[in-house]
Write a protein that binds this ligand. Structure first.
Ligand SMILES: [Zn+2]
Length: 162
């Protein structure tokens, strides 16, 4: 029989060894896992090379894109053209609006309201007569309320004629 003290001491040793054994096993498993990882990603080094090549390609493509910006990248130019076209149209519309207001003396042509919330109405439909969109003769100054009524009447007319 061993003494309690001795038993505890042995148990401690066993546990320590167990722990050691366990950690060794873990280390082994880790090594194996690493080996496996490198094998499956073998990858791995080739992959790094490849991705570096890809990176190079990407950066080259970026440089080309940058060059396009300065030169004539079709997409880039197209975007800008679209935007400037929009702004030009907006500017034209604002000018048309102002001209209509000035001709009508900033007065609603239906109820005679002067100033306040005024809007421009296209006598001939904005959608159907594109060429008349910015024709001063096709514009009329209306107050918000009258404009609403005119639009409503127009819609009703359209419904009746359909
Ligand atoms: Zn009015």
């Amino acid at each position: 029989m061993i003494s309690e003290k001795r038993r505890l001491h042995l148990q401690k040793l066993i546990n320590a060894r167990k722990g050691l054994k366990f950690s060794d096993e873990v280390k082994k498993r880790m090594r194996e896992a690493q080996r496996k990882y490198f094998k499956t990603h073998s990858g791995n080094r080739k992959g790094v090379k490849l991705s570096e090549e890809t990176k190079k390609k990407i950066s080259e493509a970026r440089i080309r894109e940058k060059k396009w910006v300065g030169e004539d990248c079709p997409n880039w130019k197209g975007g800008v053209t679209k935007e400037s076209e929009k702004q030009r149209k907006m500017g034209r519309y604002r000018r048309w609006r102002k001209q209509v207001f000035e001709r009508d003396g900033y007065t609603c042509q239906l109820c005679g309201q002067h100033g306040g919330e005024l809007e421009t109405h296209h006598k001939k439909s904005f959608i159907n007569y594109k060429e008349l969109r910015i024709s001063i003769d096709n514009g009329i100054t209306l107050c918000k309320e009258c404009h609403k009524n005119v639009e409503r009447l127009k819609r009703e007319e359209q419904k009746c004629s359909q």
